[in-house]
Design a binder for this molecule. Structure first.
Ligand code: MN
Length: 729
């Protein structure tokens, strides 16, 4: 290939000039000189190198520096380090050179970058260690990660010239490691592009299909958007609002993700785009202006009240501020409209880097302060700095933990997960046969809670199988459902044995085995299915002596002998929290959607408060919930007032623990008292008996604390019962 050196020189100079142009954070002459010096050194060091595409190598560092400056919004130090990021690894330049010419900060960052590329790019089998290193490097200087992300983005943009297997490796690493990192750092635009590019190389057919469909439908979409926007645009202009309006199409990756998750075709995705109104307003006016725009939009189109998302008043923890509403368009299609200020939009796209643009002093020194605080936080997680991080909405590692397999692969688990959760995460078989675990080579019980960075090995045995108590210390849905289904299987097996014996017994007491009789028996014993009945029969928990309460003629059951007044009057009451009217929340004590926190299960009458969760709306906790202190001290600003309103006849689920001496008929007496005399609905009841002492857990639907207290008092009076208490948390 003929290389036109003159032309290349011109192009390099041009690229360098455009880098300076977009470097808005670089203002002083001194900074400009330093960047020039870094550029000259990189140019000289890479002068004989070319990329796979045949282009001069220097294009790459310049481009990475441009991404760092323009797309992430970083300043001089980062631009210098981006320009030099490959020099120490690939050329004769040493870290000492960097330190001598630029300074210690630059040396540390480039050292981090060199190390990361050493471990991440060439030995994927060492993933686990890599991840740990990346996290540790982050605590040195977050800029290492940011520049690495820019480096990766440029490599993804120029992946075409690589060999297929290299493309696959880089693309899957990107989706596994870099896109989630970008997401955590709040770099949404970057994250989206990384995801789309990864998909393009890992699943080119799907990618092409979605892209071409998006293209084909573009004209229709544009027409629709124009017609939809017109009245809003006119009104905003009339009110002299400075704004920008655009239609944002979902990313290819997120369309793909949705198709996969919901098992639908492209055509069935209804929210392919959203309309975004970006308002250019002064900081003190921005919220009011956004609500004004909302009012204009809803003057023209009917909003869906369930779909209003107000992240203006309470931003998301990751810093997202915006007002989302879904309105009905004239064509009968729901359209999402996002309203936000220019500042909010930039932060949403560029993450915390954009924050600095809106701070009074956006100098590098305040940036350094910020990095120092992060480091402090990482070194000492108990530190108050948690408030600080929340301020900056960089909730890096609080929601999930990273666990390593013995081979060094990473698994993500929710915080609070146990070794048993991890076993099920590996494979349901491994979970079901789990005997114990080694955490960091030390043998621990299955219930041990894991910490981020733990390396866990699961010990299995074919003889092991799930039991009920396992449910007490797993938190992942996967583990829970596998354990439950295994318990169900066990029950089925026991029920099968029970069936034959039960039928024999019926014959003996001269009750015919007819459909009618079976139904009568289910009603009588208040059981949901014959399987449950056979099961109880087999484990001797059915209460056979009660059969004499039935009136039987010629083998046919005619009903109960003694008329039970309460019979048949209890359809299962409404599910908990089905009414929005039960609770008022917030300063104005308004009605909001809420959920009952499972940790303390408050019911009407309890002292409560609301906690704004990240993904799950407002949760209602008891004031004396074991988690209350932590929530209130760490996240005071997410606490809202809450108080019960007038009591309606709605049932709340609550748990009662009963202990006593195991006597024949005791369980029957208890259940009869609850469902018969007190007219309370039971959801579940389970009893365990050990050496003559039984312990029972009863889940009941009650109306409020008074109702529950009465029930507890009554239960205490049952002969044989020693103690009755409400299950707290
Ligand atoms: Mn590079």
């Amino acid at each position: 290939m003929q290389i036109d050196e003159e032309l290349e020189k011109k192009l390099i100079a041009q690229k360098y000039r455009s880098l300076l142009k977009v470097s808005k954070n670089v203002r002083t002459k001194k900074d400009k000189d330093k960047i020039r010096k870094a550029f000259d050194i990189a140019l000289e060091a890479h002068k004989d190198m070319r990329r796979k595409s045949g282009e001069p190598y220097i294009y790459h560092p310049i481009e990475v520096a441009r991404i760092v400056a323009e797309e992430i919004g970083l300043g001089t130090t980062s631009i210098i380090c981006a320009l030099l990021h490959d020099t120490v690894e690939d050329t004769d330049i040493t870290l000492d050179d960097i330190e001598r010419i630029f300074g210690t900060k630059e040396k540390i960052i480039i050292d981090g970058l060199t190390k990361i590329s050493g471990v991440v790019d060439y030995q994927t089998s060492m993933q686990a260690e890599n991840f740990r290193k990346i996290l540790l490097t982050l605590s040195d200087d977050v800029r290492v990660i940011l520049i690495k992300l820019a480096d990766r983005l440029h490599n993804m943009r120029t992946l075409d010239s690589m060999k297929r297997e290299k493309q696959l490796k880089i693309a899957s690493e990107t989706i596994f490691l870099y896109a989630p990192l970008a997401h955590r750092l709040g770099l949404y635009a970057l994250k989206t592009e990384l995801e789309d590019l990864s998909l393009k190389y890992t699943e080119p057919e799907v990618y092409n299909e979605i892209t071409s469909k998006l293209k084909k439908t573009k004209a229709v979409r544009t027409r629709f958007v124009n017609r939809f926007s017109r009245p809003i645009v006119e009104e905003l202009k009339k009110q002299e609002v400075k704004f920008e309006m655009k239609a944002r199409t979902k990313s290819v990756y997120s369309i793909y993700h949705k198709m996969k998750k919901k098992g639908v075709r492209y055509e069935e995705i209804y929210d392919v785009f959203a309309i975004r109104i970006i308002i250019d307003a002064k900081a003190e006016k921005e919220k009011a202006e956004c609500w004004n725009a909302y009012s204009i939009v809803t003057d023209f189109y009917q909003p869906n009240p369930d779909r209003l998302r107000d992240w203006l008043s309470t931003p998301k923890v990751n810093g997202y501020e915006s007002l989302h509403t879904t309105v009905m368009s004239p064509g009968g299609k729901w359209v999402e409209v996002q309203i936000r200020s220019k500042r909010m939009d930039e932060i949403a796209e560029k993450g915390y880097a954009a924050h600095w643009k809106y701070k009074e002093e956006s100098s590098e020194s305040s940036f350094d302060n910020w990095i120092n605080r992060i480091r402090e936080l990482l070194e000492n997680p108990e530190h108050d700095a948690i408030e600080f991080i929340d301020d900056f909405k960089l909730n890096l590692f609080s929601e999930e933990i990273f666990i390593f397999t013995p081979k060094g692969e990473i698994r993500n688990l929710p915080k609070g997960a146990s070794a048993l959760d991890f076993a099920f995460e590996i494979h349901s078989e491994v979970g079901a046969n789990c005997m114990g675990a080694k955490v960091n080579h030390k043998l621990v019980p299955l219930s041990t809670q894991l910490k981020s960075g733990d390396q866990v090995e699961i010990i299995t045995s074919k003889k092991q199988k799930p039991n009920e108590s396992w449910l007490d210390f797993v938190i992942t849905g996967k583990a829970k459902s596998k354990i439950k289904s295994s318990l169900r299987e066990d029950k089925k097996r026991i029920a099968k044995d029970g069936k034959a014996k039960f039928e024999k017994w019926l014959k003996k007491i001269e009750i015919r085995n007819t459909e009618h009789n079976r139904k009568e028996l289910l009603t009588f014993y208040r059981l949901p299915s014959m399987m449950e009945l056979y099961y109880r029969f087999e484990i001797k928990r059915l209460g056979l002596e009660r059969i004499k309460e039935l009136k039987i003629e010629k083998g046919k059951i005619l009903g109960k002998i003694k008329e039970d007044l309460t019979e048949g009057v209890k359809p299962i009451l409404k599910k908990q929290n089905s009414s929005e009217e039960m609770l008022v929340i917030g300063e104005d004590l308004d009605h909001f959607d809420y959920k009952i926190a499972p940790c303390c299960n408050p019911i009407p009458g309890d002292e409560v408060f609301g906690f704004i969760t990240i993904n799950d709306g407002i949760k209602i906790h008891k004031t004396n919930c074991p988690n209350a202190i932590q929530l209130q001290s760490h996240y005071a600003y997410r606490i809202v007032k809450a108080r019960w309103t007038s009591q309606q006849q709605i049932a709340f689920l609550s748990g009662i623990k009963v202990t006593g001496i195991d006597e024949v008929g005791l369980v029957n007496n208890i259940t009869r008292l609850i469902s018969g005399e007190l007219n309370v609905n039971m959801r579940s009841i389970s009893f365990d008996s050990n050496d003559g002492i039984f312990e029972g857990t009863i889940m009941v639907y009650v109306h409020d604390t008074k109702h529950l207290t009465r029930l507890i008092e009554k239960l205490k009076s049952v002969p044989g019962v020693i103690n009755v208490s409400r299950i707290e948390g």
